[in-house]
Ligand binder design. Structure first.
Ligand SMILES: [Cu+2]
Length: 102
């Protein structure tokens, strides 16, 4: 299936997308995601321990309890490196591309 250079997690882009990142065993899965402006990401915590997705100097999901979730919408292009506020060794990246790219 032709995806116009976008990664497999994105399909034909009509309107906005919602991408899911699962938190399992103290790791973000997938650790790196790529989306377009206007898309949103939902983090779902499968661990017993609470986690966050926290970009330094940026957005923060706040604490997500077991089986809880939190969603953030990305309105501008950029590359966001984020961690879990409770477990800073947990790292993830959100790359937001302008819709005119590619
Ligand atoms: Cu954590």
């Amino acid at each position: 299936m032709a995806l116009a250079g976008l990664p497999g997690i994105l399909r034909a882009h009509d309107g906005t997308h919602e991408v899911t990142v699962r938190i399992e065993r103290f790791a973000f899965d997938p650790p790196e995601i790529e989306l377009l402006v206007g898309d949103s990401v939902t983090w779902i915590n499968g661990d017993v321990a609470p986690h966050t997705a926290t970009a330094l100097g940026g957005w923060d999901t706040g604490s997500i309890e077991q089986d809880g979730q939190s969603r953030i919408t990305f309105d501008s292009p950029g590359e966001h490196h984020y961690i879990c506020g409770f477990h800073p060794h947990m790292k993830g990246t959100v790359v937001v591309r302008a819709k005119t790219d590619g």
